[in-house]
Design a protein around this ligand. Structure first.
Ligand code: GLU
Length: 482
């Protein structure tokens, strides 16, 4: 049985975005379904933009999604370190080999010279590529340039006249002509390797068998294959997953609203729903099934059913899926998940009776799309200090039918054994009948007494949640303040 090692190698330059999260998920699924190893490391060679903060944020988001890994950052392993900036000695060893075998050379061309070459190529309508000017410097010339203290980069010598084929598990065979690729930089003038070089050395030295990543890296792959070949190393399996578009079929950007996983987490999306939704961004299950647990995805997922075409991000679908997950969730679990959101408004939320809290959440779960919806939905429940300053409220409380409504309501509430939705419905309907009043005359003063507002919470749900004691307290308070 072949051993799978799949890696995710984010650059810690920002939060985990939707596209990255989808890549991690596919990497995870592939490793897991093959009893393989999932590895996470960091590509932090962009020193100016990388930070420990973003590395942490990305890993936290992956953990929040419920995905675990067996090797790499946070968990360790035999092939560390797992940050590229800590692996410079390893890159140096491979660089020495490439030098010794004539696969790379020092290039002393200045930025201005390279820019000039580029402009000439553009003017001719050609794609710019490095001319190879420094390829044939003699050892004496090199020594002289070094003696002058000239800065240099290290370039890989791209063999001419070759067709490089990427056997891509998502896109099929993709061919590139080596003549279209100039000798590319593998080590920058500050001595830091470039992505294309470091990634190959990492994948080789960590024993990675599968490289599944976003298709913005497809054009890098022929360069990487050339390095594998120069080092006589076996190629991993490649798969490039299409980009994700917004609903206008344009590349998703910050302007499209929330693009990072932590934004969804903060809004109260469930990781289970996110995973389910992300899986369907590009992967098509065989049947009609739309809801998958992570274990089901592990069983069902296959790279062959990942589409070459861009996936379209549909927020409404995510919202719908999230609401379905909320509806299906065990009530204890759901209550635990909404607590952190409630806690922001009600710091002592943990002191409330757990079964009462569950009753509250159960009452409103049908209306919830995201967990944070619980906050506005329950706003009238937690605070007993209601004021009636609003002019509309005052107007309602001035009506002369208020006394009879409130008195009869109290009487009936006191007599009732257990306040349920149905029972309250019955009581309020009987009030209108017995007092010969229209619904509005009955409901409005009660609504104002119980919430201090003229619209909002449904009374049939609110009254059982408040319970007899608090209902009566609120009603009495209103009568006293009126
Ligand atoms: N660091 C790259 C990125 O964040 C990933 C490169 C790769 O997977 O090879 O897009």
């Amino acid at each position: 049985m072949s051993v799978y090692k799949v890696r995710y190698a984010p650059s810690p330059t920002g939060p985990l975005h939707i596209g990255g999260a989808r890549t991690v998920l596919f990497d995870y699924l592939l490793a897991k379904q093959n009893n393989g190893i999932f590895l996470i490391r960091s590509e932090d060679t962009d020193l100016a933009r990388s930070s420990a903060h973003w590395e942490d944020a990305i890993l936290d988001s992956i953990e929040w999604l419920g995905l675990s890994w067996q090797e790499g950052l946070r968990v360790g392993g035999e092939n560390g370190p797992y940050r590229q900036t800590e692996r410079l000695d390893i890159y140096q060893r491979y660089l020495d080999r490439l030098f010794a075998e004539g696969h790379c050379y020092k290039c002393f061309c200045t930025e201005e010279e390279i820019e000039k070459e580029r402009q000439i190529a553009y003017a001719k309508g050609e794609t710019p590529k490095y001319s190879g000017k420094c390829r044939n410097l003699t050892p004496e010339e090199i020594s002289e340039l070094e003696r002058q203290g000239r800065k240099f980069v290290i370039r890989f010598k791209v063999p001419q006249g070759k067709i490089i084929t990427v056997d891509d598990k998502v896109r099929g065979l993709v061919h590139f002509e080596s003549d279209g690729i100039g000798d590319f930089v593998i080590v920058k003038s500050d001595g830091i390797p470039t992505y294309n070089f470091a990634v190959v050395i990492d994948d080789i030295t960590m024993g990675v068998t599968h490289v599944i990543r976003g298709d913005e890296h497809l054009s890098n792959t022929p360069r990487q294959i050339l390095i594998y070949e120069a080092l006589n190393a076996p190629l991993p399996v490649f798969g490039h997953v299409s980009i994700i578009l917004n609903e206008q079929k344009k590349k998703m950007s910050k302007r499209d609203g929330d693009t990072s996983i932590d934004q969804y987490r903060e809004k109260g999306y469930l990781p289970e729903a996110m995973i389910n939704f992300l899986a369907l961004l590009g992967w098509a299950p065989e049947g009609e099934q739309e809801f998958f647990t992570i274990d089901e995805l592990v069983k069902e997922f296959s790279l062959e059913r990942v589409s070459k075409n861009p996936a379209v991000f549909n927020l409404e679908k995510l919202r719908w899926m999230n609401s379905v997950y909320i509806k299906k969730m065990d009530i204890k679990e759901l209550t635990n998940r909404v607590k952190p959101f409630l806690k922001e408004q009600i710091p002592n939320i943990d002191e409330y009776d757990p079964s009462w809290l569950e009753f509250v959440v159960e009452t409103y779960r049908e209306k919830m799309i995201v967990l944070s919806d619980i906050v506005p939905l329950t706003a009238d429940i937690f605070h007993d200090d209601i004021d009636f300053e609003d002019e509309k409220c005052r107007e309602i409380l001035r009506e002369d039918t208020v006394d009879s409504v409130i008195n009869l309501f109290k009487e009936k509430i006191i007599q009732t054994e257990e306040l349920t939705y149905e029972k309250v419905e019955e009581i309020l309907k009987s009030l209108t009948k017995e007092l010969g009043l229209g619904g509005k005359k009955v409901f409005m003063p009660l609504r104002v007494a119980l919430t201090g507002k003229t619209h909002g919470s449904e009374l049939y749900s609110l009254i059982p949640i408040l319970g007899k004691e608090r209902v009566i307290k609120r009603v009495d308070y209103m009568m006293a303040k009126r």
